[in-house]
Each structure stands twice: as C-alpha cells, then as structure tokens.
Design a protein around this ligand. Structure first.
Ligand SMILES: C[S@@+](CC[C@H](N)C(=O)[O-])C[C@H]1O[C@@H](n2cnc3c(N)ncnc32)[C@H](O)[C@@H]1O
Length: 365
C-alpha cells in the first residue's frame, strides 16, 4: 500500500512507523472483516459490490484471528473490508483486539459513523478512523464513490471521529481528476479538524483496472507539492509507504519510511477467509493464517517472513533497476505498479530511461 501520510499532531502511528523502520517483521495488518459494502467505488482494489459476494468473518474466526495476531507480535490491526461498519461484530472485535494489546484503527467510507457509533467505538478501544475525501465538489466525490450522500457523510464521519477523541484521517485516492486539487482537499480536511491527511495514487487493482485511464499524471510531483504545503502549515512529519518517495527529493520536513512495507514483510492484508495476501492491491494469496497458525504454535510471524521472501524473490525486476544506484532504497518500486508498466519498471520512477536502441537500418540511413 503505497500510502503517504502527513501528520500535524502526534499520534500512535508515528511511533509505529518509526519502530517498523527498525524492525522488519510483521507489525501491522489490514483485516477485511467483511466483503459487504454499500458503496461502489470506481477504483476499489477489493472490487467490493462487484462479485456478488458479501460474506462476513464469523465471530469465532475473528476471535481466533485476534489471538493469532497477538501471538505473532503484531502491533496494529486496521479494520477494513468491504465496509467494516457493516460488520455485525465490529465493537466486540475492537474490544477484544484492544484487550489483546493491539492498536485498532478503522478504514471506513463513513456513511454509518454517527456521533453515537463513534463514541461506542472509542469506548471499545478504537484510536483512529480514516475516511476518503476525493473531491471538494460533492457531486464528483459522490460519483467516484457510487453513493449520492457520500460526501456529506464522510465530512460528518471525520468530525464525529475527532469529537469522540479518535485521530481523524482523510485519505484521497489520487487520479488525474483530483491531483491538481489535493492541496485544497488537505486544507479543507485540516479546517474540519482532521489531524492526518493521506494520499494514495490510484493503483491498478480490482475495479481500478477497468478505469486505468484515471491514473494520476504526476504522483511524485504531487507529493512534492504536498510536502511544501505540510511545511508551510506546521506539519510534524511525513510517513511514506511508497518505495519511490522521497528517494529523489529532500523535503524540509522529517520523512519516515520510503519503503514498500509489504515487500519488507512488515505489513499485510488478510481476507474474510483468513487468506494472507502479499498486499491489498497485489492480492496474491501467500498462505492461510488459520492453517499456518494451527501448525506453528499459533504464530504466523516466521512463516510470513519466509513466504514474503520467496514471493518477492520470484517477482520480475528489470536488470536496469537492479543496476541502478537507487535499487537499495526502492527495491524496484511497487510490485503492483510494475505489473502494469510496459517496460517492467515502476511507472512512477523518475530515473532516466536508457536511450532507445535503433535497429541497424535506422543506423545506416
Ligand atoms: C477498499 S476500501 C475498504 C474500507 C472502506 N469501505 C472505505 O471506503 O474506506 C479501503 C480504501 O483503500 C483505498 N483504495 C481502494 N482501492 C484503491 C486503489 N485501487 N488505489 C488506491 N487506493 C485505493 C481507498 O481509500 C479506500 O477507501
């Protein structure tokens, strides 16, 4: 997940990313508790609402998974989906995960996050809520998300999360339609009390593959602009889960990360059935968490490291990347983006391409 996060206040995530940079073992998990969703987003990597499947993780399995994650030394679980506020056991999940020592965050479209629900989740132990703002034009935002009340509900959800005492995070999926407006989106988010603002370039996965022409034109350029905005407005740090940022840029603000956490084995996504994917967007099943935990003393930690190493070792990385001085920093960039690049390089890489080799006929004319 090549997300880049800008922080204006201290929160539990800043320390998490710092400790992750020191320790490359599995530390945080995005858990898809349900496949059900009331939205129909143009870029949904999970293709929620498309396949007709809307399974929830049964409570017994969720309870078992909490123990597996805790016994595996995982620090944070982010409840996602589908739409996690449609998961019937969410509050119970948050309470139990918190009791097991996990930091619990929520990624939601915000539609069902009333003031009361936000207070209940906070009481259960939730510390952070993330909701998208994809445009400041409500009609455009609603069109992207496939729900006519999406914008007003998202804004209310962020305010409700903040008022309940949780960290409110806005996320913008960058496309060529909103990349010029994202500084204004950040400014708006800050004006309603959002403490952390995130961007993620629209990655070709799930439904996004049908809308691939919507990819932004300049992700790295937009990140540089956002760094300037962050500096001007007193942000304290940036956490980059993008392997290509800030490789070629020295912003005047502290940036942590700048690596692909999935490739380093520090982060993963788990499905409703317990299938462990390489990443949310590169949804290759590496193993099943329940099966591996059963035969490994309730822990997935060591097997995860082994499976990721093997999978990453099999991925194609062009020779020119391996020979590049930046390879030790970027490891060839994002594997999902590489799969959609004509030359096999991450399409956001700004290192010069080698000159085209002309054929012998062209040379002789
Ligand atoms: C799949 S949703 C699940 C959680 C919840 N329903 C929600 O709307 O946040 C998780 C979030 O990942 C981001 N996302 C989904 N597909 C993406 C893609 N193809 N590229 C970049 N970000 C994406 C969006 O911010 C989305 O809100």
């Amino acid at each position: 997940m090549c997300i880049v996060t800008f922080d204006w206040e201290r929160n539990d995530a800043v320390e998490k990313v710092k400790s992750f940079s020191r320790n490359n073992s599995l530390s945080f998990v995005v858990l898809e508790l349900t496949e059900a969703c009331n939205f129909n987003c143009m870029w949904c990597y999970a293709a929620a609402n498309r396949g007709g499947s809307s399974r929830h993780m049964p409570w017994e399995k969720a309870e078992r998974l909490i123990k597996i994650l805790a016994d595996s030394g995982i620090k944070q679980v982010t409840c996602s989906g589908g739409e996690p506020l449609m998961y019937p056991h969410l509050e119970r999940f948050v309470r139990s995960a918190t009791e097991h020592g996990l930091i619990v965050h929520l990624n939601t479209n915000g539609y069902f996050l009333t003031k009361e629900r936000a207070r209940e989740l906070k009481k259960a132990g939730m510390t952070q809520v993330q909701t998208n703002i994809d445009s400041l034009n409500p009609d455009e935002h609603n069109r992207v998300r496939g729900n006519s009340e999406s914008f007003e509900r998202a804004v209310a959800a962020l305010k409700n999360a903040r008022d309940a005492g949780m960290t409110a995070v806005s996320q913008t999926v960058l496309t060529k339609k909103n990349e010029k407006d994202v500084v204004d989106i950040f400014r708006f988010a800050r004006s309603i009390g959002v403490q952390r603002c995130r961007v993620w370039d629209m990655v070709p996965s799930g439904t996004a593959i049908e809308n691939i022409e919507l990819r932004p034109t300049s992700f790295i350029g937009t990140l540089k602009e956002l760094c300037s905005f962050a500096e001007e407005t007193g942000a304290i740090s940036v956490e980059s889960a993008d392997p290509l940022f800030p490789a070629n840029h020295r912003p005047g603000i502290d940036v942590y990360g700048g690596i692909c956490a999935a490739s380093m084995g520090g982060f993963t996504t788990i499905s409703v059935q317990g299938d462990v994917f390489f990443c949310a967007t590169l949804r290759k099943t590496l193993y099943n968490a329940f099966e591996v935990a059963e035969s490994n003393g309730n822990s997935i930690r060591d097997i995860h490291a082994e499976k990721v190493r093997k999978f990453v070792g099999q991925l194609h990385v062009p020779d020119e990347c391996r020979e590049c001085e930046h390879f030790k920093l970027c490891h060839g960039g994002c594997p999902t983006r590489r799969a959609f690049s004509p030359d096999g390089r991450d399409y956001w890489c700004i290192r010069p391409r080698p000159a085209k080799i002309s054929g012998p006929c062209a040379m002789s004319t």
